[in-house]
Design a protein around this ligand. Structure first.
Ligand code: ADP
Ligand code: ZN
Length: 287
């Protein structure tokens, strides 16, 4: 049996399952401070005999195996979690191999093995939610360099009619600053769920997402693109994304039919937790 943790800013999803992606038990624990959240996480896993555990975590995190702070959450504003030695604490308590990566890299892995990109050795998973983040499987491996990618913070060209200043505390009008859920809410004065019939909202959203996808396609050439996260529940964004992407790329690269190439997650909202099970499996193989 394998363990998996999808560690998010509002909740932790913990599960036990196997390498086929089957989940046998799961629990949700609110993300408060580590001294409250982690003991509940450990209590869940102690009920089972797990061989390894995979963590897909909110970030930024240190994923560099050679680093002294490997396995830590690094610079989050969330009280108590900055510099939290996540892998160290879990490994100490449960004495099993621990796989560790970003929530979006875990989701990309889950989708590549069992979801919308099943059978492909590459895909990109993007979440458009409280923030924007992306993970990538490229030639079967999770994309990693100095650290993990931070594709949500790329610069985009402003929509000519967008006067909103942007929400990102670091860059103001980067992609996340202009197109994540909180930016939509602040620009239009109400939450995304309440803006369903407002075409201009989703047109602008599509304009920004399409620009990002253009960059990702040109740089990474993924075989499938998966758009998840709360905002993408607004299915009407997809046609705007296709139209703008077509316009921006202008046939420079040949792509599959866009409605089959850029899709919703195949695993609904389980991509991250199933991907984390796969991180556990990989950690087990590495020992
Ligand atoms: P998180 O990113 O925190 O894991 P979500 O992916 O659910 O969680 O993203 C939450 C953000 O997405 C919020 O800003 C919320 O307003 C927005 N959101 C959630 N559901 C919807 C929806 N159905 N339509 C539009 N926006 C939504
Ligand atoms: Zn930013």
């Amino acid at each position: 049996m394998l363990g998996a943790i999808e560690a998010g800013g509002t909740k932790f999803v913990c599960a036990v399952g196997d390498e086929t992606g089957k989940i046998l038990d799961r629990v949700q624990i609110p993300t408060t401070v580590p001294s409250e959240t982690i003991p509940q996480v450990l209590a869940f896993f102690r009920k089972y005999q797990i061989k390894a555990i995979g963590i897909g975590s909110f970030g930024p995190i240190d994923v560099n195996l050679g680093s002294a702070t490997y396995g830590n959450i690094t610079s989050t504003p969330k009280p108590g979690w900055k510099d939290y030695p996540f892998v160290h604490e879990i490994k100490n308590a449960l004495s099993v191999p621990v796989g560790f990566n970003t929530d979006v890299n875990a989701a990309a892995l889950g989708e590549a093995i069992f979801g919308a990109a099943k059978g492909l050795d590459s895909c990109l998973y993007i979440t458009v939610g409280t923030g924007i983040g992306a993970g990538a499987v490229i030639q079967g491996n999770l994309l990693q360099g100095l650290s993990h990618p931070e594709m949500g913070h790329i610069l985009v060209r402003r929509h000519p009619e967008d006067r909103y200043v942007g929400k990102c505390p670091y860059h103001s009008d980067c992609l996340e600053g202009l197109a994540a859920g909180p930016a939509i809410e602040e620009r239009w004065g109400t939450k995304g769920v309440d803006l369903v019939g407002r075409d201009e909202v989703w047109d602008m959203e599509g304009y920004y997402i399409a620009q990002a996808l253009m960059q990702y396609i040109l740089i990474l050439s993924p075989k499938k693109i998966i758009l998840g996260g709360g905002v993408m529940n607004q299915q009407q964004v997809f046609p705007y994304v296709y139209t703008y992407l077509q316009e921006f790329l202008n046939d420079y690269v040949s792509l599959p039919e866009l409605s089959k190439y850029i899709v919703s997650p195949g695993l609904a909202n389980h991509s991250g937790i199933i991907g984390s099970l796969l991180l556990a499996e990989r950690a087990l193989k590495e020992v």
